[in-house]
Design a protein around this ligand. Structure first.
Ligand code: ASP
Ligand code: MG
Length: 431
């Protein structure tokens, strides 16, 4: 097929929930899409707070029964229908409804009906994946109405994972073949392809999710598999900043930054990019742009591998909702390798990510996210062999490229419970 396009100029655009929170906002993305002359893959999140709403529907189904869950599901369906009506107009809405939306609405009703508390995580994924399926279907209808040659793909046909529900791991080889065969082929035919971020499917055909905020990761994975030239994440901010403007008053925009810096910031809780996003891009040397969907003329930021000669400002991350767990041996025996490996096995077994650790002669301290169920479980397990105490309501402050003055300023009036520093990074658990 000599007339097909080559994909080496291909771009991946990721639109998050905020950029499509209303029909007006979704419509405003059109010029961003039509500007692109290269092959374009669009990866999209669910609209606004849909994922949270779906989580609530699941919990209703499991704790309160089918009727209230169905009522909440019908409300969400109604909201999506109203959104699509506003976006498409009545006539095109009717067509979209009968062809693409009705089957998705039916799937949502079905999975809500079959939610089962004995398979909580699996039920979660069957329900929560519907947000991305609906948002992308609606956006694709809109693009087609606006004469963009777009094509919707159910990414569950492509993104094959294991069955670790809610945090599924991608089967790279399998997925790459399907990404090329299904998405790559359509792109080569000149289509703009629209897929869901955050979701995939197991070999048995169950839907999965890749972890909250996982759409960035999907964009990076598909970009790596299809050897895209770049990924752009469209956000409501003007680019990458040295701290979250929602937490700190005086932040500065960073025009260019390395993957190494960003992976550290994301790992320690920076909200701007999902931490898993960086590795595939770094490994395949694909630059990541952060641009503002509110004003596409703003220059944004670029994150890439080969950044040199840059002096960074202090990069600050504050991760709230932490709990500090102190584990002490009961009989004054030392915390040595055997104790450490037992303690680690408990965290690992409960799939708890330890955000910060420190050990001393007879005690071990770990900082983890304050998820009630997990904290309870880990305390119960550790208390069998150790004395366990908790400090709740603490935060982890991470500062890269710190100076003593900056650290002092940031922790003024706060109590420091734990502090660690290397040449480039200073971290503290504060209250
Ligand atoms: N919609 C999903 C979430 O809110 C995934 C994402 O937005 O990236 O977690
Ligand atoms: Mg989101």
């Amino acid at each position: 097929m000599g007339s097909t396009l080559s994909l080496h100029t291909m771009k991946v655009y990721k639109f998050g929930g905020a950029s499509i929170a209303t029909a007006e906002k979704m419509a405003a993305l059109l010029p961003i899409v039509t500007d692109v002359k290269e092959p374009l893959l669009i990866v999209m999140s669910a609209m606004g707070k849909t994922t949270n709403a779906l989580e609530k529907i699941l919990n209703l189904a499991i704790n309160e029964g089918a009727a209230p869950a169905m009522a909440a599901a019908e409300k969400l369906i109604e909201e999506h229908a109203a959104y699509a009506r506003t976006l498409l107009g009545e006539r095109d809405y009717e067509r979209a409804d009968t062809t693409v939306l009705a089957p998705l609405f039916a799937e949502l009703r079905e999975v809500v009906k079959s939610a089962n508390g004995n398979y909580y995580d699996r039920s979660y994924d069957q329900i929560v994946c519907m947000g991305e399926l609906l948002s992308t279907a609606i956006f694709n209808c809109y693009l087609q109405q606006q004469a963009v040659p777009s094509q919707w793909v159910d990414v569950r046909r492509v993104m094959r994972t294991d069955d670790n529900h809610r945090d599924a791991a991608i089967d790279w080889n399998y997925t790459k073949l399907d990404a090329e065969a299904i998405i790559g082929r359509k792109l080569k035919q000149g289509r703009v392809v629209v897929v869901q971020g955050f979701i995939g499917a197991t070999a048995d055909g169950y839907s999965v999710t890749l972890g909250r905020e996982g759409s960035d990761y999907t964009a990076a994975v598909l970009a790596a598999m299809l050897a895209a030239s770049s990924v752009t994440i469209w956000k409501d901010v003007d680019g990458f900043r040295n701290a979250d403007p929602k937490q700190f008053p005086d932040t500065v925009k960073i025009n260019e930054i390395s993957f190494t810096e960003v992976i550290e910031m994301a790992y320690y809780g920076a909200q701007i990019i999902h931490p898993k996003t960086i590795k595939p891009l770094h490994n395949h040397n694909i630059p990541l742009y952060v641009k503002c969907f509110l004003d596409k003329s703003l220059s944004g930021s670029v994150i890439r591998g080969d950044v040199s000669g840059i002096t960074y400002p202090p990069l600050i991350v504050l991760k709230d909702s932490q709990v500090l767990i102190q584990v002490t041996t009961r009989d004054f025996s030392f915390i040595t390798e055997d104790n450490l490996s037992r303690i680690y096995a408990v965290f690992h077994g409960l799939k708890i990510k330890v955000n910060m650790i420190q050990n001393a002669a007879i005690s071990f301290v770990a900082c983890i996210d304050n998820r009630e169920d997990k904290v309870k479980a880990v305390v119960a397990a550790l208390a069998k062999d150790y004395k366990v105490s908790l400090n709740e309501g603490v935060s982890i402050l991470t500062v890269r490229h710190y100076t003593p003055e900056i650290f002092f300023g940031l922790t003024k009036g706060r109590q420091i419970l734990l502090r660690q520093e290397t040449r480039k990074t200073l971290q503290a658990v504060i209250r």
